[in-house]
Ligand binder design. Structure first.
Ligand code: GLY
Length: 377
């Protein structure tokens, strides 16, 4: 193991070299999962569209490498074709435009990007169900699919675009909707022990809670690891924008559950409650998402507590770098190996995933001192 801080610079340099290389191959496409060493591309309306350009922005910010800026801008411009795709765009508008338009606006002050970000925030706000105080997650996946009442924990991370829109416009509506949804998360998604439900189904007419659904986790009463990570990071951001202690305390509770259940190498399995006879793949993406969330949480708590979250965030990132990185393999497009996309549907198991890559790069960027990342105030 290299000395305490040296590994961070080494990791950043390995990341930069890798992205400079893969950017020539991937270009202005939308990679999703790497299979057999090659990233498969998704359509631009898919929820993962922001993560590749987001990574390019993170590297551009430090390197000022123009080729990366151009690709990121081209990706963003392609999203103009999907912003009116009413039947396919869902609550992941937040992920998509935060890491494209908002990133560009924050770095370069581009007014068109700001306008795109505000339009995306309007569309996300329009998914709010006033009966149940939740943002509707998806549209029907097939004819007759009834998911009007579905809210999912992943949306915690989509809320930042609403907070951003209120800050930009001075209009409190966006922030109010984000806080109503965040309050629903506290009331319905988080158990007292800090474990998190993936899907909660509400009656869309009365707002009454009907059931918990396992979704991408093992079961309705298990604890999907990536969902736990979304909750840590998303609620910490809610605290940053609102100063409401309830979000901070819940983020801490969920973080304790997450940290206490990590295996020896600090990189979680895909669910924290997998029965013994079910394959316990790692989900490196869950570790990668939780890590920058934990590092941000460490900045928000009193100093005497900060080390708990900071150490955990750093240990996850160091383990991902040393044990899960694909640095020496020129035939692997992915940055971080061993992600699990959707175990119950047996999709993208044990592969690099673009969101795992993105959040790993974001976590290392934070350790390098870039502490004002795209989701933040
Ligand atoms: N937001 C979808 C996922 O985490 O897989």
């Amino acid at each position: 193991m290299v000395n305490e801080r040296e590994w961070i610079d080494e990791a950043w340099s390995d990341i930069t070299n890798k992205i400079l290389r893969t950017s020539k191959k991937i270009g202005a496409n939308f990679p999703h999962a790497s299979v057999g060493g090659e990233y498969e591309f998704a359509a631009p309306h898919w929820w993962t569209a922001g993560f590749w350009p987001g990574q390019l922005w993170l590297i551009y910010r430090d390197s000022k490498e123009e080729s990366l800026r151009k690709i990121a801008e081209e990706c963003e411009e392609q999203l103009d074709n999907v912003i009116t795709d009413y039947y396919r765009l869902d609550h992941d508008i937040g992920f998509m435009w935060t890491l494209t338009s908002i990133a560009r606006y924050k770095l370069l002050g581009d007014e068109d990007s700001k306008r795109r970000g505000l339009l995306a925030a309007n569309l996300l706000m329009a998914r709010f169900n006033v009966n149940g105080n939740y943002i509707r997650a998806w549209n029907p996946w097939f004819e007759g699919d009834e998911n009007r009442g579905y809210a999912i924990i992943d949306c915690a991370m989509n809320l930042s675009i609403l907070f951003w829109a209120s800050e930009q416009t001075g209009d409190p509506r966006f922030k109010s909707v984000a806080m109503k949804h965040a309050d629903t998360i506290l009331e319905h998604f988080i158990e007292a022990d800090g474990s998190v439900h993936h899907i909660v189904n509400f009656n869309p007419e009365t707002g009454e809670r009907i059931e918990f659904i396992g979704g991408q986790g093992y079961a309705s009463d298990s604890a999907w690891t990536r969902g736990t990570a979304w909750a840590i990071y998303g609620l910490t951001i809610c605290y940053e924008y609102t100063g409401e202690d309830k979000y901070l305390q819940t983020a801490k509770n969920v973080a304790h559950f997450f940290i206490a259940n990590l295996p020896e190498d600090y990189v979680p399995h895909w669910d924290f409650r997998i029965p013994e006879d079910v394959t316990s793949y790692r989900d490196s993406s869950a570790g990668a998402i939780a890590a920058p969330g934990l590092l941000l949480l460490a900045e928000k708590v009193p100093q005497k507590e900060a080390h708990i979250y900071k150490n955990a965030g750093e240990k996850i990132l160091q383990s991902l770098y040393e044990n899960y990185g694909a640095w020496d393999n020129p035939n692997e497009d992915g940055v971080i190996l061993h992600g699990t996309g959707h175990y119950p549907e047996q999709k993208n198991l044990n592969n690099p995933l673009i969101y795992g890559d993105y959040f790993f790069v974001e976590g290392i960027a934070r350790l390098k001192g870039y502490t004002d990342l795209f989701w933040q105030k």
